[in-house]
Design a protein around this ligand. Structure first.
Ligand SMILES: C[S@@+](CC[C@H](N)C(=O)[O-])C[C@H]1O[C@@H](n2cnc3c(N)ncnc32)[C@H](O)[C@@H]1O
Length: 489
């Protein structure tokens, strides 16, 4: 999905070529100018998180008429719209109870004229990915304007968030060199390709459902809405937009991972399905996000970051090169240990390296006189050996390749950590610029941390105990202080 720059190759013999890929940005940005021709529900203001008073009133009425507003009501808050407690709510209190008929999900698609067109048309329509089907429902219902049963909800949806998928080319320049730019471009390319196929197979074949022109930006809007509002656990076929409950904002005070919602039966014989949301803490704010997300993921999905260093992360992508003379053996060993040809390691600021990273790296770098460890004879024990340093050559190659990769990745940023920190200190930054700076400074710090770990390792190369030494000790030929034990004496 993400576009990758050419791999970093470890050249020279006797070590095999090693491929270490850092996800880096595509050289050219291809953002399209924003253009919206799609009709919108009357009364909607489609600016960032701003709904008109009339639209809000209508939405409140709609929510209330379906009995969804249990303990809270929609209101304007610092993060745009949110759920505002109607009274003091103790922990565990129900704040929203949204009946199934309000959800925008696969069942709603199937019951709509869009669903009939998709299934009637046969072919690819019937195999639509759930998110694509719901995205089309959002666009179709927006096109119906006031006739749509979801009109009051559609009218309060933001036109865009600060997610990087909505950034202009100029704004994206602020994250030049970052992994986030690469991911953002990859996501947009993916959405573009999905759009091209639904445009050809569904949109242009059903002009009566999609009057006017549906643009890529409309489709990207729908994708952005889903990405930022769908509850993480409602994936795949269960994907659903739950109006009203999706007004819950993220609060970094909440550390509970407990799910604060459930889908349950209500009414006579429990036949009416509702989405019930509870407060996870004693306050009015709710929580819906995956707390494990890095700042880059928060920026991509929701358009904000958190000033918390444990959210600064960088993903190292390591890969067994197909041109490695030991490719088959290395792949076999990786697979036997639950890994594959490519491995992704998320490195978090202030945390140690993921435990599998060093063994995997040593495996990639294995060659020359160490290649005997790749023989079938060692297959069951080799991973244990890789957990510890194998040889000076191997350990040195591993440090060199990682440090070169860090150096090259760090060279792609336009600013230094110090410059970014100065900018952050100066304050009063536009939200997107603030996000951009926090992301790029965070990534650089993680890269510097990785480089530092391997620099220190390089300095210790002469003092490390390697495989041969451990082996000699194991079989009693070397004493604990490294002296050779002669049985003749
Ligand atoms: C599920 S929606 C919540 C409702 C949203 N505030 C609205 O106006 O429609 C998630 C979006 O709310 C905003 N948001 C939520 N929590 C936030 C926070 N802690 N800081 C900044 N923006 C936040 C972001 O735009 C995010 O994409």
């Amino acid at each position: 999905m993400a576009s990758l720059l050419p791999p970093h190759l470890l050249s020279g013999h006797p070590h095999p070529p090693l491929r270490l890929r850092l996800r880096l940005p595509s050289p050219r940005l291809t953002t399209r100018p924003l253009r919206r021709l799609l009709p919108r529900a009357a009364g909607a203001t489609l600016g960032t998180s701003s709904a008109t008073d009339a639209a809000m009133q209508e939405f409140r009425r709609w929510v209330s008429s379906h009995g969804a507003d249990a303990g809270a009501a929609p209101g304007a808050v610092a993060e745009g719209l949110g759920l505002v407690a109607a009274r003091d709510l103790p922990r565990g209190e129900v704040v929203a109870e949204v009946p199934k008929k309000l959800w925008m999900d696969a069942d709603a698609v199937a019951a709509s004229d869009l669903g009939r067109a998709i299934s009637g048309g046969g072919g690819a329509g019937g195999e639509l990915r759930p998110w694509v089907a719901v995205a089309l429902l959002l666009i179709r219902e927006s096109a119906r304007g006031a006739d749509s049963p979801w009109a009051p909800y559609l009218a309060i949806l933001p036109r865009e968030t600060d997610s990087t998928i909505f950034w202009s080319e100029e704004e994206l320049l602020e994250i030049q060199g970052t992994q986030l730019l690469s991911t953002t471009m990859g996501v947009k390319e993916y959405v573009q390709s999905e759009f091209e196929s639904v445009e050809a197979e569904i949109i242009s074949a059903n002009k009566e459902l999609f009057p006017g022109t549906v643009t890529f930006d409309d489709f990207l809007w729908a994708f952005g809405i889903l990405r930022s509002r769908v509850f993480a656990e409602l994936r795949g076929d269960k994907l659903a937009l739950i109006p009203f409950a999706d007004l819950v904002n993220h609060s970094d005070d909440i550390t509970s991972k407990e799910s604060s919602w459930e889908i349950k039966g209500k009414g006579l014989f429990g036949r009416d399905v509702v989405f019930s949301l509870r407060t996870p803490v004693d306050v009015k704010s709710g929580e819906q996000y995956d707390l494990e997300k890095s700042n880059a993921e928060l920026a991509l999905d929701y358009g904000f970051t958190e000033p918390n260093s444990s959210r600064d992360a960088y993903t190292l992508t390591l890969e067994i090169s197909e041109s490695d003379p030991f490719y088959d053996d290395k792949l076999d060993i990786a697979e036997l240990n639950g890994m594959g040809e490519t491995a992704y390691f998320d490195i978090v600021l202030g945390e140690s390296l993921p435990s599998q990273m060093l063994p995997y790296l040593r495996l990639l770098c294995l060659g020359g006189t160490d290649a005997f460890l790749l023989e079938a004879l060692f297959r069951n024990a080799v991973w244990d050996h890789l957990e510890l340093p194998v040889s000076r050559d191997n350990e040195e190659a591993m440090c060199r390749v990682i440090r070169n990769a860090c150096k090259s990745a760090l060279g792609a940023y336009q600013t230094t950590v110090e410059e970014d920190e100065e900018l952050l200190k100066s304050g009063n930054l536009q939200p997107r610029l603030q996000i951009a700076i926090e992301i790029r400074v965070g990534e650089k710090k993680v890269l510097q941390q990785i480089d530092g770990i391997f620099k220190q390792r390089e300095e210790e190369l002469d003092d490390i105990e390697y495989y041969q030494e451990r082996r000699l000790k194991d079989i009693g030929l070397v004493g604990d202080n490294g002296e050779i034990i002669f049985w003749e004496s």
